[in-house]
Design a protein around this ligand. Structure first.
Ligand SMILES: Nc1nc2c(c(=O)[nH]1)N[C@H]1C(S)=C(S)[C@@H](COP(=O)(O)O)O[C@H]1N2
Ligand SMILES: [Mo]
Length: 317
């Protein structure tokens, strides 16, 4: 993510053009692909691959991101805007005791300890792709349970059309929140049907262990068909609302970050293309990560496209 208050004109994460071009020249010359860790996706065609022609593979069949990459290359602006900042600074975040406020249009509301929140649920391991709006993606084994199973427990009323989420904010523990880089607390939201969708996970761990703080301990969301910023970390408040909730990224740059933020290769970010992504996986270096086509709904279209029937996804980006 970049922010207007943060003077970077373009995301550092996009492969620098000369590197990308050099790589393509090598490919066309038929140079040693395995050395560069490049895959079939890119080797076949020189143009940006059409997302329609690419068949989504189940994430579980794909090469996984290494834990070392998934836990050291992060976006968590509460600890700084650099990718290495969260791993460096998140150790000050107090994750116990932890409580979550449940509020808004539901029959049961109040403050619940993390133990209360988790007790009735069985944690599952699920491998999901997560695609950052800045152009990279990872394949991560998450540990969690469907958000909908939690939400049902509070018996939302018919007025509950959306769900809003807040991250903890503490200037001592989270040094990035001393600066107005974003609207704190970090806020996100989902439409009720998105929140209830079985792909939407509340996550407490990854790679079979508890979440590292930089990945959003002790409780975060993972919404795999949406750009990564919807997957809010270190959640302390969940509210059922009637109106579409405000979100931090939409508040800061409404023309760049919409409420829905479904992964969509056909709708470019105003400052860069969304057609491809750098897949950070396996042992190849981040810089030479495979460039693969970005799929509609991040490859989960079969499961979620029907949520948006009849909506103009260019308007509701
Ligand atoms: N509270 C909070 N949640 C956040 C962010 C953040 O800055 N603050 N960054 C988001 C973005 S832009 C991405 S891409 C993902 C990254 O998740 P990961 O670091 O676990 O891969 O977290 C999302 N959740
Ligand atoms: Mo992101």
């Amino acid at each position: 993510m970049t922010s207007r208050n943060h003077n970077q004109p373009s995301p550092s994460e996009i492969t620098p053009e000369p590197v990308y071009q050099a790589r393509r020249r090598l490919l066309m010359a038929g140079a040693a692909l395995p050395l560069l860790g490049l895959g079939a996706c890119e080797a076949g065609s020189s143009d940006a691959p059409s997302s329609q022609s690419a068949t989504p593979r189940p994430a579980a069949e794909e090469e996984q991101t290494r834990f070392e990459d998934a836990s050291t290359y992060n976006n968590f602006y509460e600890f700084g805007t650099g990718k290495a900042d969260p791993a460096r600074y998140a150790h000050t975040l107090q994750t116990a005791p932890w409580s979550v406020q449940i509020a808004g249009h539901a029959e049961e509301t109040g403050s619940f300890t993390l133990e209360d929140i988790l007790k009735p649920h069985t944690l599952e391991d699920r491998i999901y792709r997560l695609r950052c709006v800045e152009g990279w993606s990872m394949v991560i084994p998450w540990r969690g349970f469907p958000l909908g199973d939690l939400l049902k427990r509070f018996r939302p009323t018919s007025k509950a059309k959306y769900v809003s989420f807040h991250t903890k904010v503490d200037k001592q523990e989270m040094p990035g929140t001393r600066y107005p880089v974003l609207n704190w607390p970090y806020r996100e939201g989902l439409r009720m049907d998105e929140a209830m969708h079985p792909l939407t996970l509340l996550v407490t761990g990854m790679y079979g262990r508890d979440l590292p703080r930089q990945n959003g301990a002790p409780l975060r969301l993972v919404v795999p068909w949406k750009y990564g910023f919807k997957s809010i970390k270190s959640i302390v408040r969940i509210e059922f609302t009637e109106k579409q909730p405000l979100t931090s990224w939409n508040l800061s740059q409404p023309s760049e970050y919409g409420f829905y933020s479904n992964v969509n290769p056909a709708v470019d970010h105003p400052r860069w293309s969304q057609k491809t992504e750098r897949r950070i996986a396996g042992t190849s270096s981040r810089l030479f990560a495979n460039r693969v086509p970005t799929l509609p709904f991040n490859g989960y279209a079969d499961q979620v496209a029907s949520l948006y029937t009849g909506m103009d996804l260019r308007k509701y980006f």
